[in-house]
Design a protein around this ligand. Sequence first.
Ligand code: ZN
Length: 338
Amino acid sequence: MGSTEHLNMRRSTGESALMGIHHITAIASDPQRNVDFFVGVLGLRLVKRTVNFDSPDVHHLYYGDESGTPGTILTFFPFQDAGRGKRGAGEVGSVAFHLPPAARDYWIHRLSQHGISFQGPVRRFGEELISFEDPDGLSIDFVFSHSERANHAWADGPVPPEHSVRGFAGATLLLRDSSQTETMLQTVLGFQPAGSEGERKRFLLGDGDLVAAVDLVIDPKSPPARPGAGSIHHIAWRVSGYDHQADWRTRIAEAGHSVTDIVDRQYFKSVYFHEPGGVLFEIATDEPGFTVDEPKEALGTTLKLPPWLELHRRQLERVLPPIDNSLSRHSQQQTVVN
Ligand code: ZN
């Protein structure tokens, strides 16, 4: 359905285009260890402490910049007893964060001080990066590049703002075959091809400081991913508002892909679909954002529940494992360098 001309016309209306990554959601095991790593070591701010709306006896933890800006949000479902996942085809294999080049030595020192082994620095598409894993085996790239990001560094966090993580640079999708994925990325979603390096094909989504580099790594022999702790559950692309999201839902359905209804996730609305290689995609709105139920100063400090779960608060508070996110806890893990 829909002629190419029609699609190109729609894509060129910048306002409705997808604007890079909104958030990425992964699976963890122990929630306290997850908080200690992402706040205490990486210096992200816990911007929302809520529950998995589909399984409310499990937390849903959101980390981001000081304001919880879309494009900086990495979220986790920490299932206390989750076994390790096994990386494989049909999933997002790693997430890439952007950092300023001057922060490189700080991070090499900080990771070493925390006993976290890393690979690199290496160069990929002209940019320097290091790679490491979180305590559950989630693969993370730190990309040191000059492109400026509109990011609100967390002034009170354990990492000095000048060295802080600046939101997502991109992500790597693991696939057995990329031909249909490439078609969908380009003709439906508006990604632009940006060359290849080794086994990696790069596509860009969004412009300016919101651009996301999405790499496809193809291995026809790869076994399918086995989800578990350390696995990435899905990646969400960013759209400004509800009307544009509804347009995207129609467009994806018209291109012949199965897509869910629009779901209210309290801080954004979501639609989900699988790309042809099996990776779960979402399109999420900027509105209403993370300050809809607590002020910016208080983000992440208390358990927030959507209205339909508020009735069960006492019961949920009893079953959810306690989390200590006090600054004193994290400042003990602070790194002093230079
Ligand atoms: Zn999501």
